[in-house]
Design a protein. Structure first.
Lengths: 284, 289
């Protein structure tokens, strides 16, 4: 079994459209949407949910006003400024460290477990799909990513699947690290802009830090051919092969608006390029 | 006034709106809180005059005082400390995982032996500078570092509310975004008219309502998608204050780090109008509360 994660550093470079194309091109695989903050892959895969589970993670402090003596020890010790002067807890600021509940002399604070989101195992026209939804303003997205990857891996083993294909989140922080850990290959989808180059460089360093082999695709490469060749030079200097260049095509957005997979409705050139990219990824 | 520019989905144009809004105002401060992938500097090209390393406190154990009782490990809600107690005459051991530490201080405060002190662990840097009348601050998270909120909090310490403060937030809906926009007077959600844009806008709206910050929407590349984002905003009584068309010239300028208002100065008035409309809505909501 081979695990491939699609990442980008910068958001909006086309990760999800490319990942959805792989769903149509790859056989014997499970798809995973690890952008649990703002999951979009389901829009193109049209899943039928088969299993739905709560994701419980982390705790939030709750102050019992009846017991609270108003001493203020919790307010002064909380490093996340999560307890207001009126001794109410600002839920979205509380990181669940429980320090307040341990030091409260009146025993007025208890920790309540959060339902931080949900995760799903679904069927799609492309095979099984594991995805999730983090609740609004929740934390622990990295743990939720690890959870659904574990579910996807177990499913792949049970069904003897060849690939786990991961749509990753933008950025370089905890959900990205959780999406990358232990994968066989990271595919960076970038775009020919200074932001795309800058951000791809940073996420490539993260992949390098965890010793993950990395390949690159330049999306909309013809919007600025000069920056595309700068990206290619940069990748060459880092030993990360550029395995594809996808042309800008308004048809990609039209397909997206109709919620269609680009492989089934796209322009031939884009489709052929994506096929070539997938074939390259299959090679070790 | 502090205005945050956010979005659920990445790549919708947050930085474009933040930078061009700042360039259209006098005396704005730009705070780039996307410390994982900061980009505003690529457009503003500020002269960086100050650089400060950012740290979080992580525990360090004085092995002479530690009796391996395990209290620190039990109070750590993040699994950042593992303790093997003394057993059969063999001295125990303690292991600290700084990457899991949130820096809450519980282990230090609650160690019965007073054996834990906190040391600084570098997580990134805060850089500040200027470009013309714009004051600029951003953070750069170190590679391999998982947690951005502590660095975002450091960056925000430099907020100066003597003028308009514009925060460029990271994408998403979880802790980094919340940390960035918390305390803002107003938020602009930037989206695009595609099913992805709409899906993530709905999530971002949920976040705004949860943290109770008034917000409006800007639709970028509004002419290359469908009308569902506007329909949604209409149904939810959300004001769409600006629609930016797709243009190959703007996209090309963007790719080179050239802000729209420099490519097409007529946009300056549009961004000033965005600002005055925001002020108007802010006054309305303040007086109705």
């Amino acid at each position: 079994m081979r695990q491939i994660a699609v990442i980008s550093g910068k958001g909006g470079t086309g990760k999800t459209v490319v990942t959805a194309a792989f769903a149509a091109l790859a056989e014997n695989k499970v798809m995973v949407d690890c952008d649990v903050d703002a999951a979009d892959l389901h829009i193109l895969l049209d899943p039928v949910v088969k299993e739905r589970r709560e994701f419980r993670s982390g705790k939030t402090a709750l102050i019992n006003k009846g017991l609270c003596s108003g001493c203020g020890r919790c307010v002064s010790l909380c490093r996340f400024k999560a307890i207001k002067e009126d001794f109410t807890v600002e839920d979205f600021s509380c990181e669940g460290c429980a320090l307040c509940s341990r030091v409260c002399p009146a025993g007025a604070i208890r920790m309540e477990e959060n339902v931080a989101g949900e995760w799903f195992v679904s069927d799609t026209g492309y095979g099984p799909f594991v995805h999730a939804r983090l609740g609004a303003a929740q934390e622990n997205s990295g743990k939720l990513v690890s959870k659904i990857r574990e579910v996807a891996r177990a499913l792949a083993e049970k069904q003897s699947l060849d690939y786990v294909i991961i749509d990753g989140p933008p950025g370089i922080g905890c959900p990205v690290i959780a999406s990358l850990s232990g994968v066989d290959c990271a595919l960076i989808v970038t775009e020919p802009t200074l932001s795309g180059l800058h951000d791809a460089g940073r996420v490539m360093e993260v992949a390098g830090h965890f010793k993950i082999p990395t390949k690159v695709v330049v999306n909309k490469y013809d919007l600025n051919p000069a920056i595309t060749s700068r990206i290619e030079d940069f990748c060459r200097s880092r030993g990360a092969p550029v395995i594809g260049r996808i042309a800008f095509d308004a048809g990609v957005v039209r397909a997206l608006v109709r919620r269609k997979n680009i492989i089934e409705s796209g322009d031939c050139a884009v489709r052929d390029e994506l096929r070539k990219i997938w074939e390259n990824l299959c090679r070790r | 006034m502090i205005i945050s520019i956010a979005s659920g989905k990445g790549g919708t144009g947050k930085t474009t709106v933040a930078v061009n809004l700042a360039l259209s105002l006098d005396n704005a401060q730009v705070i780039d809180c996307d410390v994982e992938e900061p980009n505003a500097h690529l457009f503003l090209k500020p002269i960086i005059s100050e650089k400060e390393k950012a740290f979080i406190p992580v525990p360090e154990v004085d092995k002479a005082k530690c009796n391996y009782c395990g209290a620190c490990s039990r109070v750590c809600a993040f699994g950042a400390i593992a303790v093997l107690p003394d057993s059969k005459g063999i001295k125990g051991s303690i292991l600290i995982f700084p990457n899991l530490c949130h820096g809450c201080g519980a282990c230090k405060l609650l160690c019965p032996q007073g054996a834990i002190k906190e040391i600084d662990k570098e997580i990134g840097a805060v850089e500040a500078g200027e470009r013309g009348s714009i004051r600029f601050v951003h953070g750069r998270l170190n590679i391999g570092e998982a947690m951005s909120p502590p660095l975002i909090r450091r960056v925000k310490k430099r907020i100066d509310t003597s003028g308009t403060v514009i925060i460029d937030a990271p994408p998403g809906t979880s802790c980094p975004v919340i940390t960035a926009v918390k305390g803002s007077d107003f938020c602009v959600l930037v989206t695009e008219p595609t099913p992805f844009g709409l899906n993530d806008l709905i999530l971002a709206v949920e976040v705004m309502r949860e943290i109770k910050i008034p917000f409006v929407v800007v639709i970028n590349r509004f002419d290359i998608g469908d009308g569902k984002v506007e329909q949604y905003c209409g149904n939810e009584n959300i004001r769409v204050l600006m629609k930016i068309p797709f243009s190959r010239e703007i996209a090309a300028a963007y790719s080179e780090g050239v802000p729209i208002v420099e490519k097409d100065p007529s946009y300056r008035d549009k961004f000033i109008k965005l600002y005055t409309d925001i002020c108007g809505i802010k006054n309305e909501t303040d007086s109705s509360n």
